[in-house]
Write a protein that binds this ligand. Structure first.
Ligand SMILES: Cc1cc2nc3c(=O)[nH]c(=O)nc-3n(C[C@H](O)[C@H](O)[C@H](O)COP(=O)(O)OP(=O)(O)OC[C@H]3O[C@@H](n4cnc5c(N)ncnc54)[C@H](O)[C@@H]3O)c2cc1C
Length: 295
């Protein structure tokens, strides 16, 4: 099947790209594996006019609106392979089909790799978060714990006192130096250096410590590592190092180092959000469209 643009990943970034291309009446296929990064959270915050909405509801409404454009197809599948097959031709394969297009947009997001503490995964997006702007307000200025994963956790520890009384749980992952201790003290952060055995608790997380004591919190934060999918590497796109993981380098039109391949959303930035993914996606859609004309 031949398209103007293939979009690999059909969440906030990919659907925003598709919308711009749909409005230019271009033939687009969005192929989506359905594993949105925020699928663990029941509400999404900070996206203007949709603050507090269910993430799945935002996507469902976007899909309904895109369904009104005759030139857009949305398929449920995982793109396994992407390659350049001609001067202006890209081919992607899913388990069941092959698609070709003149442009390709990578919008596959990233996967979070969480600290290996029992009880973290089940609470991810419910009472353990990474982004205070997304989920800090709802903790109502309560007790906040940070599960440190390394020196980068200093960043969360310095920010979070604006959202509640903050404890930095080092868990053996790093030792703040004298200057960092002074900065933390200035922000009123308590340091806890006992090792953690697991997280328990229902709606409010409880940190169980190695010496048998436990600490209850309104919510916990931790810095995940992020993993981008293999497609950018298969195509030879330049990757950049971010604080949490590698991401695809793009120009101001979201074009990667490979002409004709665009990338948007979390896969193409050091740190992302719904708002930023939608903005990047809109630009990738416009960028891909313009590149079909101004060659
Ligand atoms: C727990 C949690 C809560 C969050 N809460 C908020 C919040 O409240 N507000 C906010 O602004 N941000 C929030 N975020 C961040 C937000 O989820 C991301 O910034 C946003 O989802 C990025 O959108 P995206 O379209 O780039 O990627 P995603 O939403 O992750 O979507 C990528 C899509 O591409 C698909 N895909 C991946 N690879 C392929 C492939 N090879 N073939 C086909 N499809 C593929 C995936 O399955 C997925 O459907 C949260 C993140 C987490 C982890």
């Amino acid at each position: 099947m031949q398209y103007d643009v293939i979009i690999a990943g059909g969440s906030f970034a990919g659907l925003a790209a598709a919308l711009q291309l749909a409005r230019a009446r271009r033939k687009v296929v969005v192929i989506d594996a359905g594993q949105r990064r925020n699928r663990f959270a029941s509400t999404s915050h900070g996206f203007l006019s949709r603050d507090g909405a269910t993430p799945g509801q935002i996507i469902a409404e976007a899909r309904i609106q895109l369904g009104r454009y005759a030139t857009v197809e949305i398929l449920e599948a995982m793109v396994l392979k992407a390659r350049r097959t001609g001067q202006e031709e890209f081919t992607v394969t899913t388990p069941d089909a092959t698609f070709t297009a003149r442009r390709l947009i990578l919008a596959g997001g990233v996967q979070d790799i969480l600290p290996e503490i029992p009880g973290v995964m089940e609470r991810w997006g419910k009472s353990i978060f990474h982004c205070p702007y997304c989920h800090g307000y709802e903790l109502n200025q309560g007790e906040i714990g940070i599960l440190a994963t390394g020196a980068l956790s200093m960043h969360q520890a310095m920010l979070l006192p604006d959202w509640g009384t903050t404890t930095l749980l080092l868990n053996g992952s790093f030792i703040p130096d004298a200057a960092q201790l002074a900065e933390l003290a200035e922000r009123g952060v308590t340091i806890e250096d006992r090792l953690i055995t697991r997280i328990s608790g229902a709606s409010q997380p409880v940190v169980e410590l190695a010496d048998g004591e436990s600490l209850a919190f309104s919510g916990l934060f931790t810095m995940s590592r992020t993993l981008a999918g293999p497609l950018a590497g298969q195509l030879g796109c330049e990757l950049k190092d971010g604080p949490m993981g590698k991401f695809v380098g793009v120009d101001e039109f979201q074009q990667t180092s490979i002409p004709g391949v665009f990338a948007c959303g979390d896969v193409a930035r050091a740190a992302g959000s719904v708002t930023l993914a939608v903005a990047d996606g809109a630009m990738a859609g416009v960028g891909a469209h313009r590149s079909l004309i101004f060659r």
